[in-house]
Design a binder for this molecule. Structure first.
Ligand code: SAH
Ligand code: SF4
Length: 405
């Protein structure tokens, strides 16, 4: 057992937003096809009505219950008394990268805001064009990774199943106008999916159900900062989703700092749990490393990562850190990232470098919501910055590496 200094969490910067009462009606899109069938039969409706409702909900044509013209008015009224057609009350869209990246800020019924991002990849050679949608699983996040804008916000609440799938319905409607569709969905927006496991798995199941959203399970990625019980639940279900693990460091003291959950679920055990998932499903695990200059991009980090992952069914994604307003850190240089990638490739690990998207619209996880949460107190920002500088210097010393190596 390693000795671990639990330390105190890096403080969050923003006060939780003022919120209103929740609408007690669940979102219609959160219902499984079976639950819809049961509800209709309890309301004296034949089974084929379920198909009619589903067609409207999932094709994106229905904006309100009034649009369900194939249904009798009384059923429409009952449905609208019991459910909400859309849990996203209002959405603001911003564009970047000449329209290739679009970011939505969704307002929920209680006044909280969450984000989703659409990234378009034009066709290249034999590769067809893609539209990857990044969705949120929680409003805020409790894990508190210090390089992440959502981590700075703190935790507000879990999202309902419908609030998760309604993000995908929003973008389906948006893309349908230009004859396009969502080809991939990644749970890499705000929140830790595996700390809202039941709802995230219910949402993923609806997104991959041919009777609902209908995207193939292999086109869905669930990203976790390393919640082992959640990974185990997923493994038990043997789905075909891609599992992504946010590794960020393969040296204990440094990972304790970058992903505070490491104190509870150390990365060696996380990687073992992810390897079980790969063994059971045959699906390659994606390991993500946000590259932060002078912090986790050193040759020692590359060597530790190579040692940890070599021989495993793994793909490593190196992501230059998207600068977040209140950290003292910067993205690694392209040369550092390339050198890191080479060390991994030399031990046979499939490694890619992700290009940052939508930096001008704050498209990193939680950035827009943080921007709109207002300006944090300057002394709180200064305290946080100096705490991070001290902690990272201590973590690098404990990791046995010279600062600035
Ligand atoms: N909570 C989950 C999923 C949401 S975060 C997780 O951590 O895996 C999704 C990804 O965005 C993670 O890999 C996270 O490390 C990355 N991310 C967060 N802040 C970032 C930043 N400032 N720059 C680049 N990537 C960031
Ligand atoms: Fe939460 Fe993921 Fe951000 Fe860490 S990186 S604070 S786990 S959303």
């Amino acid at each position: 057992m390693r000795a671990r200094d639990p330390g105190s969490q890096i403080p969050v910067l923003f006060a939780a937003p003022r919120v209103g009462l929740r609408d007690p009606r669940p979102g219609l899109a959160g219902l499984t096809p079976e639950a819809m069938l049961t509800w209709l039969s309890e309301h004296g409706q034949p089974a084929y009505r379920a198909r009619q409702v589903a067609d409207h909900v999932w094709s994106g044509r229905a904006a309100s219950f009034d649009d369900l013209r194939t249904l009798p008015a009384a059923v429409r009224a009952d449905l609208s008394a019991a459910f909400r057609m859309d849990t996203l009350v209002d959405t603001l869209v911003r564009q970047a990268d000449g329209g290739l990246t679009e970011k939505a800020l969704h307002h929920l019924d209680d006044g909280r805001t969450i984000e989703s991002v659409l990234m378009r990849y034009p066709a290249r050679g034999p590769r067809r064009e893609r539209a990857t949608l990044c969705i949120s699983s929680q409003a805020g996040c409790a894990v508190g990774c210090p390089f992440c804008a959502t981590g700075e916000l703190g935790f507000w609440r879990d999202l309902e199943t419908a609030e998760i799938v309604d993000q995908a319905r929003f973008w389906r409607r948006h893309l349908a106008r230009e004859g396009r569709r969502v080809t991939n969905i990644v749970f890499m927006g705000m929140g830790e999916p595996m700390l809202n496991t039941d709802r995230v798995l219910a949402a993923a199941s609806l997104l991959s159900d041919a009777r609902a959203f209908g995207l193939g399970a292999r086109h869905i990625t669930i990203s976790t900062s390393g919640v082992i019980p959640g990974i185990e639940v997923l493994t038990g279900l043997r789905p075909q989703y891609t599992l992504a693990v946010s590794l960020h460091a393969a040296r204990p003291a440094l990972r304790d700092l970058l992903v505070p959950l490491n104190r509870r679920y150390p990365f060696e055990r996380v990687v073992d749990a992810a390897t079980d998932y790969a063994d059971v499903t045959g699906r390659r695990i994606t390991y993500e490393i946000v590259m932060i200059a002078g912090i986790n991009d050193t040759p020692a980090d590359a060597a530790a990562t190579a040692e940890l992952l070599r021989g495993r069914l793994a793909h490593v994604n190196l992501i230059p850190m998207n600068p977040v307003a209140h950290t003292p850190w910067q993205p690694s240089s392209p040369e550092r990232i390339e050198a890191f990638a080479t060390t991994l490739r030399n031990v046979g690990l499939h490694t890619t470098v992700r290009r940052n998207r939508g930096m001008d619209i704050g498209a990193a996880c939680g950035q827009l919501a943080a921007e709109l949460a207002g300006s944090p107190a300057p002394d709180a920002v200064a305290r946080r910055r100096s705490l991070l500088v001290d902690r990272s210097a201590a973590a690098l010393r404990a990791a046995g590496d010279g600062v600035g190596a």
